[in-house]
Design a binder for this molecule. Structure first.
Ligand code: DLL
Length: 433
C-alpha cells in the first residue's frame, strides 16, 4: 500500500527539481533567521544566491551534535518560540541533551512521514497499534502515536516497560501492530512464551522496530518468535524522530522521505561525498522544516544508499541497514569492530539467544574482549564437554569474522539484563582508565 503515491513513486528527475527549489528556500530561511548558519556561511564566503540546485548542497557547512549542544537549548531555532508547539530532546551519554523544536507544520510533516511508514507495512484504519516506545522527550512514543492516529488506526499508548501489562492488553485488545525497539520486541516475545497464553490468541501481524541497530538475523528471530512481519523504521530526533525512513513489503532497504530530508553519504574522515552504493556516514539536510532546520547534519550512522526503483514501485532512495554508528565502532588492537557484527555471528548459530554483553578492557596494554552470551534453554547442558564444544564453535566463528580472539563466556538463558528501550550491549572499560 502506498500513502502518498505522487511523492513516493515520483520520477527522480522531478524529485530533484522539487529538492532544488526547497533547498534554495531553506538556505534563505536559515541565513535570515539562524545566526549560527549566517555566521557559518559568511565564514565560507557564500550566500543563498550561491545555491541554484540540489547539486550545490556540497557548498554548505556541516552541522554536528556539538553545534546543537553549543546552542542549547533553543539557539538553533529559526522561528520565534511563539511558533514552536512541541519540544523533544534526546539524552546523550554525556553533557546536555540535544533539543529540537517543531512548528505545527513540522509536526504535520513528521506525522505524514509516519503515515507513509505504517501504510507501507500494510496497516490501515482497521489496525490496533500498541505503541511501546517510550513517551516523553524521546520521539519514539509520540511520533508513532500521531502517525498511527493519522492513518485512522486505534492506538494503545502503552509506552515502554510494564511488560506483563503490555502482554495482557496486547492480548485482550487484539493489538495488530507493535511499535518498540527490536530488543524490547524479543523481550516481549520471551515474556509471551512465559505467560503461557497460546500465541494463536494474539492478533499481532506486524511490528515497527527501530531506534537502535539490528540485523537480518534478529529480524528472523523476531518474526519467528512473534509470528509477525518485522519492519525497520529509522529516524533521529534532530531530523524529525521515527519515520525519516521505513521499509516496504519488499524488506529490501529502508526508503527515506527525501522530499523532506535530503540524504548524502560522505566519507567520515574527509567529509567528501562517496559514490552511490558505497558505505559512509549518513548526512541529512532539512528541505521543509520551519522550526529548527539543519544543514548537512552528521548523523554518525554508517550505511549506503541505492537509487534504483524498488520492486514495490517506490522511487524514494533505499538505505541499507545501519551498520552501526561511527562512534559505536570499537577499535580493538587496531581492528574496527561493530557490535552488529558480533550480533550477526551469534544469531547465525542456532544454539544461542540474541542476548549478549560485550566488555572491552585493557590488560597489560592489550585490548581484550569478553563476550557473555546466553545459550538457548534446549541447548544448555550440565555436561562440560558439550558446553566447551559450543564455546569453541562460537569462538572460532568470531575469530574468522572479526579477525580477533574473543573470550566467550556461555551463560544460562534469561540471565543477561533485558532492555525496554535502546539496548546497551557494550561496556568499554578502556575509556575509564
Ligand atoms: O531513536 C528515533 C526513533 C524512534 C527511530 C523510534 C525509530 C523508532 P534518537 O533517540 O535521536 O531518535 O536516536 C537516533 O538511533 O542516529 C541511529 O543511530 C539509531 N537508530 C534509529 N533508528 C534506527 C534503525 C530515535 N532503524 C539514533 N536502525 C540514530 C538502526 C537506528 N539504528
Amino acid at each position: 500500500m502506498i500513502w502518498n503515491e505522487n511523492i513516493e513513486c515520483m520520477d527522480r528527475g522531478n524529485l530533484r527539481k522539487i529538492q532544488s527549489i526547497r533547498l534554495k528556500k531553506i538556505v534563505t530561511h536559515v541565513y535570515q533567521n539562524t545566526p549560527f548558519y549566517r555566521k557559518k556561511m559568511q565564514e565560507l564566503g557564500i550566500t543563498p544566491d550561491d545555491i541554484e540546485s540540489i547539486d550545490d548542497i556540497v557548498k554548505l557547512p556541516f552541522t554536528t551534535k556539538l553545534d546543537l549542544r553549543d546552542n542549547y537549548p533553543f539557539g538553533m531555532c529559526a522561528v520565534p518560540m511563539s511558533q514552536i508547539v512541541r519540544i523533544h530532546a534526546s539524552s546523550g551519554t554525556t553533557g546536555k541533551p540535544t533539543v529540537v523544536g517543531y512548528t505545527r507544520k513540522d509536526l504535520s510533516t513528521w506525522t505524514e512521514c509516519l503515515a507513509r511508514c505504517f501504510y507501507a507495512y500494510g496497516a490501515d484504519n482497521s489496525d490496533i497499534f500498541q505503541v511501546a516506545y517510550g513517551y516523553g522527550l524521546f520521539t519514539g512514543g509520540l511520533g508513532a502515536h500521531y502517525g498511527a492516529e493519522h492513518i485512522g488506526a486505534s492506538v494503545i499508548p502503552m509506552s515502554s516497560g510494564n511488560t506483563e501489562k503490555q502482554i495482557t492488553l496486547m492480548h485482550d485488545f487484539g493489538a495488530s501492530v507493535l511499535c518498540c525497539t527490536p530488543s524490547y520486541a524479543l523481550y516481549i516475545a520471551d515474556a509471551i512464551q512465559d505467560s503461557g497464553i497460546p500465541r494463536e490468541e494474539f492478533r499481532l501481524k506486524a511490528g515497527a522496530f527501530g531506534a537502535e541497530p539490528w540485523t537480518e538475523s534478529m529480524r528472523k528471530e523476531i518474526e519467528e518468535k512473534l509470528g509477525i512481519k518485522a519492519y525497520d523504521i529509522y529516524g533521529l530526533s534532530e531530523i524529525a524522530g521515527p519515520g525519516v525512513g521505513y521499509e516496504c513489503e519488499c524488506q529490501s532497504g529502508t526508503h527515506l522521505c527525501e522530499d523532506h530530508f535530503f540524504p548524502e553519504i560522505v566519507d567520515p574522515q574527509t567529509l567528501q561525498p562517496v559514490e552511490p552504493g558505497q558505505t559512509g556516514e549518513l548526512v541529512f539536510t532539512h528541505l521543509t522544516k520551519e522550526g529548527m532546520p539543519l544543514l548537512r547534519y552528521r548523523t554518525k550512522d554508517l550505511t549506503a544508499l541505492h537509487y534504483d526503483t524498488c520492486a514495490c514501485g517506490r522511487t524514494l532512495v533505499r538505505m541499507d541497514r545501519i551498520l552501526g554508528r561511527s562512534d559505536d565502532m570499537l577499535i580493538i588492537r587496531g581492528v574496527n569492530v561493530f557490535p552488529t557484527q558480533i550480533e550477526s555471528v551469534i544469531l547465525e548459530l542456532p544454539e544461542f539467544e540474541p542476548h549478549y554483553m560485550l566488555t572491552v578492557d585493557r590488560v597489560n596494554n592489550t585490548d581484550v574482549m569478553e563476550l557473555k552470551v546466553e545459550v538457548r534453554a534446549d541447548c544448555y547442558s550440565d555436561e562440560i564437554n558439550k558446553m566447551l564444544a559450543l564455546k569453541k564453535k562460537l569462538t572460532t566463528r568470531l575469530q574468522s569474522v572479526l579477525g580477533l580472539g574473543v573470550d566467550v563466556k556461555l551463560v544460562e538463558p534469561r540471565t543477561i539484563e533485558r532492555s525496554m528501550g535502546k539496548a546497551k550491549r557494550v561496556i568499554d572499560n578502556r575509556k575509564l582508565i
